[in-house]
Design a protein around this ligand. Structure first.
Ligand code: ATP
Ligand code: MG
Length: 425
């Protein structure tokens, strides 16, 4: 029986795992420099949390969640995204309180049962930032700028920022009615899902990708034309703020979030360099979500970056962080059985000095030991025979230059210093 990773799930092996780690570290720094602090969230939650926050008639909840039952019969789900967990945690731990601003980020694997293809996996990674407690449009601008500036610095190819306004509970119902009337009138030209969602989640219909639906949806009425004065003002301030930052954007009428608690600004970064899976990050304001999940009336705005898609783009741009193999400084090879405990003592002492060291124990022939040391990327090989053992020394060979020296193994500070010094003929 041969085991394979499940479909749509990828193993990350060295050096790709090291590159990915660097990418994650960079995003940590980007969020950190904008004042966000990390939260570590559970990988599974009550399934109900997701259906309530993402919404029943969405792709995620309708067909993409990995559901399972706990021993007590409770319905659980692997997290398909991070916002719901973060808001749940913020409410639970009293971080989402009126008058208090919290900047939090998360990073980690997400799970969605989708058809795997380039840039679309069943286990993928997101890094997301959420700002709770402010409804100021300049916070939308600042959050967008954080990601856009990073994309610019990393030369993310063909990246475009799309934005739209979702309005608010004052103005959206009227638009929804206008949209529903329009969709009902054109019902026969829409796909089955769109016909169904016209009843359950009409805004989400605008997001449909089925080719035959496109002409009708392109001609649909625009939400921004029906905004109330407050929402219009918010949207204009965001647009003006972005212009002031010289960040270009395109107002995209079909960019929507289907649910009531998603309010005001919605935004997305796309790159045509990604092909069909063109969106590499997405976000928006959700002034009603905290309350919807049982918390206080606390506004929020957030975004999530798809790390696999960002990785592809950075690869295309040639700005992928270089994964440098962690150097193995020294490979120690005992030449005799009796030198083995001595080898362990030196390994431990040098590692405590911050020197990376490996033991080469399984090679009977010295030639093989040298080959293994080279394959492991060692700078030095250290040989321990009977002489070294009785004298308390180690015979070091610098693999680059061939220079050989026998030095005292203890105190380890001195040996470490010698290993760090340049070895040139
Ligand atoms: P899509 O329209 O591509 O399915 P989405 O609207 O479902 O995206 P969001 O829920 O907004 O995506 O997630 C934010 C980001 O996470 C996306 O822009 C994308 O970069 C990434 N993402 C989402 N689903 C996947 C996936 N299955 N595999 C890899 N990345 C993903
Ligand atoms: Mg999706």
């Amino acid at each position: 029986m041969k085991y394979q990773a499940p479909r749509g799930v990828k193993d990350l092996l060295p050096p790709d795992s090291e590159t990915f780690r660097r990418l994650e570290d960079e995003i940590r720094e980007v969020f950190g420099r904008s004042g966000f602090r990390e939260v570590r969230l559970p990988v599974f939650e009550s399934a109900d949390l997701f259906s309530r926050s993402i919404g029943e008639s969405t792709d995620i909840v309708e067909k993409e969640m990995y559901l399972f039952s706990g021993k007590g019969g409770e319905s659980l789900a692997l997290r398909p995204e991070g916002t719901a967990s973060l808001i749940r945690a913020a409410i639970e731990h009293h971080l989402a309180e009126p008058g208090r601003v919290e900047r939090l980020y998360y990073q980690g694997p997400m799970f969605r049962h989708e058809r795997p293809q380039a840039g679309r996996l069943r286990q993928f990674h997101q890094a997301g930032a959420e700002l709770l407690g402010s409804s100021d449009p300049d916070d939308d601008v600042d959050l967008i700028a954080t990601v856009s500036r990073h994309a610019q610095a990393m030369n993310v190819p063909a990246s475009r920022l799309l934005i739209n306004s979702m309005g608010c509970p004052n103005c959206r119902p009227a638009y929804r009615e206008i949209l529903v009337n329009y969709l009902v009138k054109n019902r026969d030209l829409l796909c089955e899902t769109c016909q169904r969602r016209t009843e359950t989640n009409p805004l989400r219909v605008l997001d449909c990708k089925v080719p035959s639906c496109q002409p009708v949806l392109e001609a649909a009425p625009h939400l921004v034309e029906f905004l109330c004065p407050a929402s219009r003002n918010h949207f204009e301030q965001v647009c003006r703020g972005l212009e002031g930052e010289s960040l270009s954007f395109t107002v995209t009428h079909r960019l929507v979030r289907g649910l009531d608690y998603y309010t005001e600004t919605a935004f997305e970064w796309v790159s045509d360099a990604l092909g069909a899976q063109s969106t590499w990050a997405a976000g928006g304001r959700y002034n009603g979500l905290v309350r919807h999940l049982g918390g206080a009336d606390v506004p929020g705005v957030g975004l999530a970056i798809g790390l696999e898609r960002l990785l592809l783009l950075r690869e295309l741009a040639g700005t992928l962080p270089q994964a440098t193999r962690p150097a193995v400084h020294l490979a120690i090879h005992p030449l005799e059985e009796t030198a083995r405990p001595y080898a362990h003592r030196i390994l431990a002492a040098l590692r405590n000095q911050g020197i990376s060291a490996v033991g080469i124990f399984g090679q009977a022939r010295i030639k093989k030991a040298f080959l293994q040391a080279e394959r492991e990327g060692a700078l030095f090989i250290g040989l321990l025979g009977g002489d070294e053992l009785s004298a308390g020394t180690i015979t070091l060979k610098h693999l680059g230059s061939g220079i050989q020296k026998t030095l005292p193994a203890f105190p380890p500070e001195e040996l470490a210093e010698a290993l760090r010094a340049p070895w040139t003929p």
